[in-house]
Design a protein around this ligand. Structure first.
Ligand SMILES: Cc1cc2nc3c(=O)[nH]c(=O)nc-3n(C[C@H](O)[C@H](O)[C@H](O)COP(=O)(O)OP(=O)(O)OC[C@H]3O[C@@H](n4cnc5c(N)ncnc54)[C@H](O)[C@@H]3O)c2cc1C
Length: 455
């Protein structure tokens, strides 16, 4: 970087924004710029003109006004996890909430108020200090806001529903700079409709008592053993009471032998519940790390390196996990002849089915599982093959897809056509979301997301 170069016209104008913001405004001339423009997915490499690190709602309003005045596109950054890389753009302005991470807990009312840039690590640390919890994501560096606005599936989904089912209040700064408190209709849209309506500077959640869980991971190896373990997993969660959530990850080892990682999270009273005994049964178990632990330890079992790997994810919600689909997944997981990444299977049994579907925009709570082909790799040379693997695996699952085959908005890539975003909600909900979009962001300023264009 030539630090003696004459500042560009935009750099000079950015001093006006700096004068208004309580937080810093970073450009390529700043040392932190390169770290600040990186998200979780190393496949996304973009260079914004500036990154406005907001510390209060007024900063967000000032950033929107600056972008409008200078005809800059905006991107909104929470935890930086979205696999599509929606939080960063070339040449525009990033509204970065990573400095707004406070989480306040009202023990008596069992409500947490989280600032718009908090991560699950911030949230769980604050709520667990009070022996309370809300169902969130399984990786601590994921943003609370981004995850909630797309639904939210994790280790406590069966017990307490989707994350957005526990969202009870929100404060937003709209693209015109207004600070609004969400009414019932906007809350409906925020429960699944993503970052389309404004920047959430605060979100409020219902909390539940929880201290310890029985959790961790079981690992099975070998094609037959993994096939049997997947069938057992399907049958156990179908019959399970809602005190057991469970996700599984299908992958291969270096010898391209199938591996299944089973991650139960049990919160009931029994010392040795039948469901866990059944999940453990069968051949091929080579690691048993399931036992009593704190919820904070449970939240670390899927910790992942940030800004290291390249990712391309695609998938479907499915009605069921029949033997034929399990066989398709087993064929696909070895198809590349090396580790392609993984297939994540999240069960939606239990509490999501008990929530009145009319309370939120999410269109998938009736599905049995969310099955996601998560291509993960290191070298740019493998980009095309890895992307093809993910697309091909998702295509092979289509016969079992739930609804219009829209997949999970939180895992979608930026190349999804609008029909697939529409399909994720269904026509009626999509049109209602479009009406909300017209009310809160009529010029579609917030379009770097799974976009809902104004009606
Ligand atoms: C390693 C990993 C693990 C994950 N685990 C889970 C999981 O367990 N369960 C699950 O359901 N999902 C999970 N996800 C998906 C995750 O929920 C989405 O990618 C989500 O968009 C991430 O939010 P973020 O704030 O971290 O991302 P960012 O990339 O910062 O933001 C993504 C988008 O969310 C919106 N957004 C973020 N913050 C705000 C805000 N304050 N106001 C308005 N809009 C905002 C914006 O549209 C933004 O473009 C995971 C993703 C990764 C990479």
């Amino acid at each position: 970087m030539d630090r003696t170069a004459r500042p560009s016209e935009l750099d000079q104008r950015l001093d006006d924004l700096r004068a208004e913001l309580a937080g810093p405004v970073l450009t390529a001339a700043d040392l932190e710029y390169d770290t600040a423009r990186r998200g979780f997915n190393a496949y996304v490499d973009r260079r914004p003109a500036a990154i406005a690190r907001c510390t209060r709602p007024d900063d967000v309003a000032a950033a929107f006004a600056f972008a409008r005045a200078h005809d800059l596109q905006v991107a909104v950054r929470g935890g930086g996890h979205n696999p599509a890389g929606h939080c960063v753009l070339d040449g525009g302005l990033v509204i970065d909430l990573s400095q707004m991470r406070a989480v306040e807990v009202d023990r008596g009312a069992r409500i947490a108020r989280s600032q718009g840039g908090a991560t699950w690590l911030d949230f769980d640390a604050a709520t667990q200090a009070a022996g309370l919890v809300t169902p969130g994501g399984v990786v601590g560096s994921t943003g609370v806001a981004g995850l909630t606005l797309g639904g939210g599936i994790g280790h406590l989904t069966a017990q307490h529903g989707l994350t957005c089912d526990n969202l009870v209040g929100a404060e937003l700064v709209t693209s015109s700079g207004d600070v609004v408190r969400a009414d019932e209709e906007l809350l409906w849209g925020l429960r699944g409709g993503g970052g389309n309506f404004g920047v959430a500077t605060a979100l409020e959640f219902r909390l539940h008592p929880l201290e310890r869980v029985v959790g961790g991971v079981l690992r099975f190896r070998g094609e037959d053993a993994v096939r049997a373990a997947l069938r057992r997993y399907r049958d156990v969660v179908a019959a399970s009471p809602p005190d057991l959530s469970c996700e599984v990850v299908l992958t291969v080892d270096e010898a391209v032998t199938p591996i299944l990682v089973v991650a139960p999270c049990y919160t009931g009273d029994e010392a040795d519940p039948a469901e866990l005994r059944e999940l453990r049964a069968g051949d091929g178990l080579f690691e048993d790390g399931v036992g009593p632990q704190t919820f904070l330890d449970q939240q670390r079992i899927f910790d992942s390196a940030y800004a290291v790997n390249r990712h391309y994810w695609k998938g479907h919600f499915v009605h069921a996990l029949p033997d034929e689909l399990i066989d398709v997944l087993l064929e696909r997981i070895v198809a590349l002849g090396r580790v392609p990444g993984e297939v994540l299977i999240e069960s939606l049994h239990g509490a999501p089915k008990d929530v009145d579907p009319a309370t939120g925009a999410v269109g998938y709570r009736g599905a049995a599982f969310n099955v996601s082909c998560m291509a993960t790799w290191l070298h740019p040379d493998h980009d095309a093959e890895q992307v093809d693997w993910s697309r091909g695996t998702a295509a092979a699952m289509e016969p079992w897809a739930y609804g219009a085959g829209g997949g999970y908005a939180n895992y979608m890539q930026a190349d999804e056509p609008i029909e697939r975003v529409r399909g994720a909600f269904g026509d009626e909900a999509f049109e209602r979301l479009q009406a909300l979009k017209r009310r809160y962001d009529p010029d579609n300023v917030l379009r770097r997301n799974q976009n809902i264009p104004p009606a």
